[in-house]
Design a protein around this ligand. Structure first.
Ligand SMILES: Cc1ncc(COP(=O)(O)O)c(C=O)c1O
Length: 363
């Protein structure tokens, strides 16, 4: 190790990388097929992409030579209309990932922790570790429901926050308002990540009026097809929002993302129509997966399905899919080693996934 590495903070030196999704070309090379043949359903992306008007607006926008507004005035005004929350309570981020990172840097220092019902989205633990803190995983019950009693017992004097995704990634189920209120009553910061809200319509945004310790996260990556442009947001008490606005990088949301968000909100009819198609396709996929003996797909309120595979065969089936150019999400954690998560794609992609799974499971 070089002497410079010795100077580095030890918890950063030892950081394990976040498992993001590989580019199409890398997947294609791995499967030995052309990139256009790859079926990429491992990132919960939107198969229809941005609205056509977004693509036009990005091409004709003339001011990319200017810095974006550090106060995010137009963005926050537009988001206030969308969320029905005052603009002063909203902060936009470079993806909701950035809001997660900012929240953890605001609340968690070395030796402190957050509570997460596991399994859940990996960024909470990853960002907590960057702060020198850690995430305490509290196992969900056998139906992947949050275990409130165990969560309360896991709280220590060093606990600052609790992070919940609703619907949860990768299990697809929501946290109920009763469960969320229960956690809010602990007085901890409670972050409810509604990245998949638009696929189910369940939100706790109205609770912002009652609880100053609530933060709700949303993203334009999923329903609006803007994952590659990186735009998400947090809605929270205005004191928190003001502090977050002071500490964020001044130009954190780039102008292309701003243009795309504003036009998406203006052109939401087409996006909502696509959303309905994705939800219908999810339900069709669920029906097809249920018919395959040996598979147990879990009900989902999001744009993906978590599917339980025959015992002991998770990795083998995942590898079999990859070699056919079908990339789903595999988790190597002990609890999920016999599960696979499939994002909802286009109908012909669903058919290919179902056919391959049927063959691999029976083979
Ligand atoms: C629960 C959850 N939150 C946040 C994100 C990240 O969203 P963004 O693209 O806005 O950073 C994801 C992405 O998969 C997710 O599953």
């Amino acid at each position: 190790m070089t002497a410079t590495m010795d100077l580095m903070l030890p918890h950063i030196r030892g950081l394990k990388p976040f498992q993001g999704v590989d580019p199409m070309e890398v997947m294609a090379r791995q499967a030995g097929i052309p990139p256009e043949k790859v079926i990429r359903l491992n990132g919960n992306e939107n198969p229809y992409g941005p609205s056509p008007r977004v693509l036009e607006a990005l091409g004709s926008f003339q001011s990319y030579n200017h810095y974006p507004d550090p106060e995010q005035r137009r963005l926050r005004e537009a988001l206030a209309g969308y969320l029905e929350v005052p603009a002063g309570q909203i902060v936009a981020g470079n993806g909701s990932d950035e809001i997660i990172d900012l929240l953890l840097r605001m609340f968690v220092g070395p030796g402190e922790n957050i509570i997460i019902p596991s399994p859940t989205f990996g960024m909470y633990a990853f960002s907590a570790e960057i702060c020198g803190g850690r995430a305490i995983p509290v196992p969900r019950d056998e139906a992947f429901e949050i275990d409130l009693e165990a969560m309360r017992l896991a709280i220590t004097p060093e606990t600052k926050a609790c992070f919940l995704a609703s619907p949860n990634n990768p299990t697809g189920n929501i946290a109920t308002e009763v469960q969320i209120r229960d956690l809010l009553e602990t007085g901890l910061l409670v972050v409810v990540d509604e990245a998949y809200y638009e696929f189910c319509g369940h939100t706790v945004i109205p609770l912002l009026r009652e609880y100053p310790n609530l933060v709700v996260l949303r993203t334009f990556s999923k329903w609006a097809g803007l994952a590659g442009l990186r735009i998400g947001l947090g809605a929270m008490h205005q004191d928190l929002a003001q502090t977050m606005m002071r500490m964020k990088p001044p130009y954190n949301v780039n102008l292309a993302a701003e243009v795309a968000l504003l036009v998406s909100l203006d052109d939401s009819a087409i996006l909502l129509e696509r959303l309905r198609r994705i939800v219908a396709e999810r339900d069709r996929m669920m029906g097809l997966l249920r018919k395959i003996e040996g598979l147990r797909p879990w009900p989902s309120q999001a744009n993906f399905i978590l599917c339980q595979l025959p015992e002991g065969r998770g990795k083998e089936i995942f590898d079999g899919l990859c070699s056919r150019g079908i990339f789903l999400r595999y988790f190597s954690t002990p609890r999920l080693r016999d599960y696979i998560r499939a994002s909802v794609g286009l109908p012909h992609q669903t058919d290919a996934v179902v056919e391959a799974l049927a063959e691999l499971v029976s083979g």
